[in-house]
Design a protein around this ligand. Structure first.
Ligand code: GLN
Length: 478
């Protein structure tokens, strides 16, 4: 039997047809059966989840009012803190570290009654696009054997698609929510920068990072987003702007269409169909001439590695986690702890970041990249004076094979072309899975700053046209 979506489960519980505990048991059974092969979860909080569900069932029987997310089951990515639970960013350097507090996003979900069932595998420090950079082994695609689930929130996406939970938290610095969601046939949201607090998120590149939800249905994604979003005094970059609840609203009219050469034929065809369906339905869809494709990936990797090299300086073997044994001096302790604790990709990025920030190259790389970032922002703001939303592919290819790109980091970086854009400019981007394609294909809807609700209305409009699922349809999981 397929697990019910959260709204359906809640209704069924209120009608007395099932219990939250039964739903948790079903998730646990699926986890037990499939996680050893998928490696999507690094830890399962079975007893805690059972207890929490039992309490909500008791509250329901007493007739106590249920909080809005009571019994919604989720997993947190291994770089988002959940108090008194382990947190490692899938890195050896944080081996044994226990989070002393919860991320604001987690705290808000818990306060609304949600139940955390486990900690999801990911790329080390969220650096990667295939979930092959985890110190705890790669995650397998949930229904294409031998393929990657995408990254870096690959464990989060695989967990949702495999039916381990209703929802997953991911983090997105350059596509890490949207690309794995696309690879696994799910919805994923990278909110506007500042919309969801980063407090309790292990920093990769702080001016890019955002926490966001991954779900099978828009309804679940919106529910989770609405409860997590909003000002948090503990994050200095958190936006003051109030969060408007989503209410069904008329779809946007003017759609800008942004795409580049080099899409795989399957993606090209799916997007052409989408274009045609939209224009046939009377929407104004216009292709935009976008002159900056070649600059996106280099700008992104210069700025994020610069920020990462600084953010990761705190892992010194003294303050957290892993410490090298028998070091003869403090300098050796630092050097060995970092050499032994960090994986290859993380080291590569620390080196790149320190290089672009070094005094001889700072102006040529870092300052230049900052200027390109501003240019992109201005260009995009201008686009939103002419278009209500933009449509952009999520990935140029469908899921690829395990190890297909591990020997060529440049190829791996280039696969981020379409997702890094929204993090460079800070705009919100919603990944929408397309229906009826032989392999998972996704498209992103981008909107003006803080216009998340408009993205949801646009996605529902696509659903009404039969282009993407509007209700729970499953993802082909056995
Ligand atoms: N794949 C991109 C990278 O490796 C994005 C990662 C992310 O969003 N965390 O940097």
């Amino acid at each position: 039997m397929k697990a019910l979506s959260y709204p359906a489960l809640r209704r069924a519980v209120l009608e007395g047809a099932t219990t939250f505990r039964a739903a948790v048991e079903e998730f646990l059974e699926t986890i037990e059966r499939r996680n050893p092969q998928l490696n999507a979860l690094l830890e399962v909080y079975a007893e805690e989840a059972r207890e929490a569900a039992t309490q909500w069932d008791a509250a329901q029987r007493r007739g106590a009012p249920l909080p809005p997310l009571a019994g919604l089951v989720y997993v947190h990515k291994d770089n988002i803190a959940y108090a008194n639970h382990r947190l490692s960013a899938a890195s050896r350097i944080l081996e044994g570290f226990v989070a002393p507090y919860s991320a604001t996003a987690v705290e808000r979900l818990q306060a609304a009654g949600a139940i955390c069932i486990g900690r999801a595998n990911c790329d080390e420090f969220a650096m990667g696009s295939s979930n092959e950079n985890s110190a705890y082994g790669p995650v397998q695609h949930p229904f294409l054997e031998g393929y990657v689930p995408g990254g870096s929130s690959g464990g989060s996406a695989a967990a949702v698609a495999a039916g381990f939970c209703h929802l997953a938290l991911g983090s997105d610095t350059g596509g890490s929510i949207r690309q794995p969601a696309a690879f696994c046939g799910l919805y994923g949201l990278k909110p506007t920068y500042g919309r969801i607090s980063r407090y309790g998120l292990i920093a990769y590149a702080s001016s890019f990072d955002q926490i966001g939800p991954i779900a099978r249905t828009l309804e679940e994604l919106i529910l989770a987003y609405t409860h997590m979003a909003g000002f948090d005094p503990r994050d200095a970059t958190s936006a003051q702007r109030p969060v408007e609840p989503y209410t069904p609203s008329p779809p946007p009219r003017r759609w800008g269409w942004l795409t580049a050469a080099g899409l795989s034929p399957l993606i090209e065809e799916a997007l052409q169909n989408l274009y045609k369906t939209l224009s046939d339905a009377g929407y104004e869809v216009e292709t935009i001439d976008f002159p900056y494709w070649d600059y996106l990936v280099p700008t992104y990797y210069i700025l994020t590695t610069a920020e990462a090299s600084s953010n990761l300086a705190r892992y010194d073997g003294v303050r957290y986690g892993y410490r090298a044994q028998n070091a003869a001096s403090l300098a050796e302790l630092y050097a060995r702890s970092r050499s032994e604790g960090f994986g290859r990709e993380v080291k590569r990025r620390i080196l790149l970041g320190t290089f672009v920030l070094s005094s001889g190259y700072y102006e040529a790389y870092y300052t230049k990249a900052q200027k390109v970032r501003r240019l992109l922002y201005n260009f995009t703001e201008d686009l939103f004076s002419r278009y209500d939303v933009l449509l952009i592919p999520t990935s140029a290819t469908p899921p690829f094979r395990l190890q297909e790109k591990t020997t060529d980091p440049i190829q791996m970086y280039l696969s981020d072309l379409f997702t890094v854009y929204a993090n460079l400019t800070g705009h919100p981007a919603l990944q929408v899975p397309l229906s009826g394609t032989p392999l998972p294909v996704g498209v992103q809807i981008l909107g003006p700053l803080f216009a998340e609700n408009r993205l949801f209305a646009a996605a529902y409009a696509l659903g009404d046209l039969g282009v993407c699922p509007t209700a729970f349809v499953g993802t082909g999981v056995a």
